[in-house]
Each structure stands twice: as C-alpha cells, then as structure tokens.
Design a protein around this ligand. Structure first.
Ligand SMILES: [Zn+2]
Length: 442
C-alpha cells in the first residue's frame, strides 16, 4: 500500500509540473507571441533581413504606399511619394523603428494568437492598413524642401487626422543606397525629425513670450517698447534686423522685432516665461501612434539678463520639437486644446490643453494680423492663414527656417509646423513647403 501511495504522489507531482509548464508556455505565448513571430529570422516573413510578407499600406485615397509582391516589398510608384513618406511608412529592414512598418509590424504580418501566422504563410497577404496621410500633399511638401533637411507636419485640428508628415534627409526605399550605413552623408537618416528631433526655434518662440505677457500684464495690448536696432545689455547687445522705433505687441509680432520681445521678457521675468512655456508643452513628451516624441526644452532657472533677452526671441539655449509645435498650433486654433494627431483608424480620445481659451484667441488674432498685414494673404491662395515664421541662426550654416500656424477654414482646418535646415527665410523657405502642401490638399 505504501508503494502505491508513493507512486501516486510522484505521478501527481509530474502532472502538476506538466500542467504548470503548459500554463507557463500559454501565458508567454499570449504575451510575447507577436514578438516571436516577427523576429527577423522568421523565413516566412523576411528574407535577407527585408520584410517580405506583410499587408498593403495605402494613403487616404487608397493609393498604394507599400505592398508585398512575390518575394519583395514594393513601395509607391512615385519617387517623391516614396521618399516623402519613408519615415512614415518605413523601410524594408526595420531601421526606422518609429514608422508604421515597425510599430504595426505584427498587425501587417497578419499575426493572431490562435492561428499565428498561418493565414499570412498560406495566402502571403497579411493585414492591410490605410493611413490618413495624403501621398500627393506629402510629395508636394517634400519637393518644396529642394533637397534640404528638416520636418513638415500638418494635421486636421478638429479631427486629429494626420495629413502630411515629412522627415528629410531621406532615401528611396526602392533603391536603397549601397553606402547607406557607411557614408556620413546619411548620418541620422533613420531618425524621424518630426517626432524625435529638436531645433532652435528662433522667432516662432515670440508666440510663447507674447502668451507670457498676456498672462502677466493687463495692459499687454497697449504696452510699447522702442527698438533702435541695438539694445545694450550687460557687456553685450541684443540686435534687431531693422530700426523699428516704438512698437505695440501687434506691430512687434508682425515685424518680428527682437528688441521689443527682449525688453518685454525682462519685464516678464524668467520664472513667468518658464511657467508659460511649460504650460504650452515645453519640457513635456507627447505621443504619436504609440511613439513617444522628443520634448521641446527650456531652462531659464539661472539665466543672465542677456540670456533671458535672447531666449525671449528663441535664439538661446532652448529647443523646439516640430510635432509639439504643430500641437501648439492646433491648440491655439481650437481655443486652447487639440486632439492628439493620429495616422491609423479614428485616433484616441486624448486631448492636450496647451493654452487658456483667452490667450488662444489673442494669439490667434495676432497670427492672423501677421499674415494679412505683413506676409500677405495672396501667398496662401484659397485659405485664410494665421502664422508666425522664424529664422534661427545656426553656427557655420545658413539658418533653420520655421513657419508655424493654421488655417481658419471650416472645411479645411489644418495646423502646421515646418522647419527647414539651411534655408534663406522663414516665409520663403519654410513657407513654400506649407504652400505646396496646402495647394495639394485642395
Ligand atoms: Zn526691432
């Protein structure tokens, strides 16, 4: 009897160990199955490190951006479309890990927990994805970069639909350069500048300084400062492009007068300017399609008066992320809040509040006047645009050129942020990118 009891005990022990092992495997399969199936050494999916069997990716009109044909991944017919959307669609080797082909890899491969990759292996199709972007507008924006690097992002600030998302430097995924990994001219080519890069903001930061003044002074609208081209501060000077004389906020924004905003910031003080910048999303990370974006950076905790003055005009030790700048424009356009932009499906319900309603409306009016009186509405035919440009000096190169803003049009409510490296002027270099994209979105 004793022997039987001992045998039963051993059998039970083995049974528990077996069931435990099965349970452990099932839990891990559920948690990690997608990752296991998507490993680059899975020969059903990849060959020589390139995505083979994955679903089709289309733009908002159904135009094919990427599909699998026989044994290779094929991208859009137009080279401009392919290059403009490289960082959005992705490459065949998975180097661009913020792109749809990486972020949604298991979905594109048709993975599901019960059948694994069987559907994909037998049909070779995978699951398809439609993106909200317009291939036509992306190509138009990209061509307007004229070979320069930078970032362009445009989204519908009412719905959150992403329409344009260009990151340059780029390459053609159908003709991958042989020296892509070795030639230093391709340094940083896998980075999506829209999401993970930051640039010196230059004069677009005057919008933040203006917002800080609106929060601080009840007389901000009638308050004047005088620009005499140079403003001595400590043992240095703040300079302006012109001799603007005595200006109000509206004229100072239109002329983009450095000295007006420098003097204004000295009265606002570093704490209040820092607080306003942080309310507006500086030093904060945001999300885009489950990618965490780089934060715009500002730290005025121990600045000198001279550094504060240059910070107020965006020309000091502070940085802006293009995606965040677009969000801020969406928030100003929308009376304070913006939906989180999306590229697949109908988005999340995430909203970002970056400015109070009254400040949003005041900035809106200032940006509208800046276009109508100073840049000229004729540049933006067919749209009513509110904007601010900036040129940020970069040592040893031509400036970074920015334009940020939005359209007022009910049926085309677009917020945009464009930064072009090595350009000539905000309105010409970056403005042309926005104009090309807006025209293509008509
Ligand atoms: Zn001036």
């Amino acid at each position: 009897m004793k022997t039987t009891g001992f045998r039963s005990f051993v059998l039970y022990l083995l049974l528990f160990a077996f069931l435990g092992g099965i349970g452990w495997f099932v839990i891990n399969l559920a948690a990690n199955g997608e990752k296991w199936a998507a490993q680059p050494y899975n020969g059903h999916i990849y060959a020589s490190g390139s995505t083979l069997s994955a679903g089709t990716i289309t733009d908002r009109t159904g135009l094919i951006l990427a599909e699998s044909q026989e044994d290779r991944r094929v991208y859009a017919e137009s080279e401009s479309v392919r290059r403009s959307l490289l960082h959005t669609v992705g490459d065949s080797s998975g180097y661009i890990n913020t792109a749809v082909q990486s972020v949604h890899r298991s979905h594109l491969m048709g993975y599901n927990l019960i059948f694994g990759l069987n559907d994909t292996i037998f049909s070779g199709l995978g699951s398809s994805i439609q993106l909200s972007v317009s291939a036509r507008a992306n190509a138009a924006a990209f061509d307007a970069f004229e070979g320069r690097s930078g970032s362009a992002f445009i989204f519908n600030y009412k719905t959150g639909e992403t329409l344009v998302k260009v990151s340059a430097l780029t390459y053609d995924p159908m003709h991958v350069p042989d020296d892509l990994l070795t030639n230093e001219r391709y340094d940083g080519v896998f980075l999506d500048h829209t999401l993970v890069s930051t640039y010196v903001p230059g004069s677009i930061f005057k919008l933040v300084t203006a917002a800080a003044a609106m929060d601080t002074f009840t007389d901000w609208e009638t308050r004047t400062y005088t620009c005499e081209n140079r403003f001595a501060l400590g043992d240095s000077t703040v300079t302006c492009l012109d001799w603007h004389g005595t200006l109000s906020m509206e004229a100072a924004m239109g002329h983009s007068c450095n000295i007006y905003f420098a003097k204004l910031a000295l009265d606002i003080g570093p704490e209040k300017l820092q607080e306003t910048a942080e309310k507006m999303g500086f030093n904060e990370q945001f999300s885009f399609d489950s990618v965490t974006t780089a934060d715009s950076e500002i730290d005025l905790s121990s600045v000198t008066e001279l550094e504060l003055a240059w910070s107020a005009v965006g020309q000091a030790d502070l940085m802006a992320n293009p995606y965040h700048m677009a969000l801020l424009m969406g928030a100003i356009a929308n009376g304070g809040s913006t939906p989180e932009p999306y590229i697949i499906g109908s988005g999340s319900n995430t909203k970002y509040t970056l400015v109070s309603q009254s400040t949003a409306n005041r900035l809106h009016d200032l940006m509208r006047t800046t276009v109508s009186y100073y840049y000229g509405d004729s540049r933006f035919e067919g749209y009513t645009v509110c904007a601010k440009t900036g040129t940020a000096e970069v040592s040893g190169r031509d400036p970074n050129c920015w334009i940020v803003g939005f359209t007022e049009d009910e049926d085309a409510p677009y917020a945009f942020a464009v930064c072009v490296e090595d350009g000539s002027s905000g309105i010409r270099t970056a403005g042309n990118v926005v104009i090309a994209a807006l025209n293509a979105l008509k």
